[in-house]
Ligand binder design. Structure first.
Ligand SMILES: [Fe+2]
Ligand SMILES: [Fe+2]
Length: 355
């Protein structure tokens, strides 16, 4: 097959879509389907890359509304700070507390900047450091929800710090238990659940953070109908910020690869969170915002549609992320279907998530 034409980096303009991922330092730096911002183009120049492969025919398809929740650079920076703070959980000093506050501010800025975007996660690239990555992901998506809910500046600050520290109590649970492939005994399950109370105790004792941050650590596994832990709180007795974290916490846990489970695809997680087993567990207002924020079929994903045909997601519609614009190929010729127009067709499942 002839190699696809590539576009020189110096000619790039914001809004173009990558056709192939950009690799750097042995890892995916930008995934395929990524819409490049001016900042991303700057990054490519700094990396010394000469050219990239673009989706020329699709650059203007649909609404340009998909992005990863934060840049790779910010993600790496965030994970390194969270790792350091979690590992030093017993002796958090004032300097580390202020590092967490500054990181919280950065993540808050990022969430405020991209209020028009849907969040598209791609196939996961790195499976180590679960607890640290999880805390960063949960914070970023919770902040995006908080911004859309119109929370005050102070509430967003508490949400970011609480998100970053919500699982700090897990540092008291042995790694062997947290990462066991097989089943845990009821006693071991109790130990894992204790991370909520331990987190609360630790943050309270150390005195660097306000009570709402301790509450997030304690309450993020409570559910609205009173079936959560550790206190079986009901609806409004659970702090609003804990209610936000609890939805995103489940999303990220299911999305991730763990020693005992594979990574679920975004559409599967959305179906589960909105399905019968979860009825009454989440705050309905938060759930609605969450559902409108997450892109179930990111651009570049391969999906199966009504009738069993296979198609690629080529563009998104801001009104409904579950009804994107699809590209189909037959005998080497492309055709496009806009699912907002062709209401009789729907996506049945994701076959392969964009990388
Ligand atoms: Fe937790
Ligand atoms: Fe968590």
């Amino acid at each position: 097959m002839p190699e696809k034409p590539r576009t020189p980096v110096y000619q790039l303009q914001a809004g173009v879509v990558l056709d192939l991922p950009v690799y750097h330092g042995g890892r995916t730096y930008f995934a395929s389907g990524k819409i490049l911002s001016n900042e991303d183009i700057q990054d490519l120049k700094l990396l010394g890359l000469e050219s990239v492969a673009l989706r020329e025919t699709e650059t203007m398809l649909g609404d340009q509304v998909q992005d990863d929740v934060m840049s790779q650079k910010l993600r790496e920076h965030a994970i390194s700070i969270v790792r350091r703070v979690y590992q030093n959980f017993q002796n958090l000093d004032r300097e580390q507390a202020s590092e967490i506050y500054s990181l919280g501010l950065l993540l808050k800025e990022e969430a405020t900047r991209s209020t028009k975007l849907g969040i598209a996660v791609h196939d996961l690239r790195d499976h180590s450091n679960y607890t640290y990555q999880h805390s960063v992901n949960v914070t970023a998506i919770s902040l995006a929800i908080g911004v859309r809910m119109g929370l005050s500046r102070e509430e967003l600050d508490h949400l970011s710090v609480g998100g970053l520290l919500h699982d700090i109590g897990k540092m008291k649970v042995s790694r062997e238990i947290l990462e066991r492939e097989g089943k845990l005994t009821p006693e071991e399950m109790d130990l894992v659940r204790q991370h909520t109370v331990w987190g609360w105790d630790l943050l309270k004792e150390q005195g660097h953070f306000p009570p709402v941050v301790w509450s997030i650590a304690r309450q993020h596994h409570e559910t609205m109908e009173g079936g959560g832990y550790p206190d079986q709180l009901i609806s409004s007795r659970i702090h609003l910020l804990s209610r936000i974290i609890s939805v995103v916490d489940i999303w990220d846990a299911l999305r991730s690869i763990r020693p005992y489970k594979a990574a679920w695809k975004p559409d599967q997680v959305l179906d589960f969170i909105n399905g019968v087993t979860m009825v009454g567990k989440f705050d309905p207002q938060i759930l609605e915002i969450f559902n409108n924020l997450i892109v179930p079929y990111p651009i570049g994903s391969r999906v199966m549609i009504t009738g069993g045909s296979v198609a690629y997601v080529a563009g998104l519609n801001f009104g409904d992320f579950s009804r994107p614009i699809l590209r189909m190929e037959e005998d080497g010729r492309f055709s496009y279907i806009d699912l907002m127009v062709r209401k009789s067709v729907r996506i049945l499942k994701t076959l392969e998530l964009a990388t």
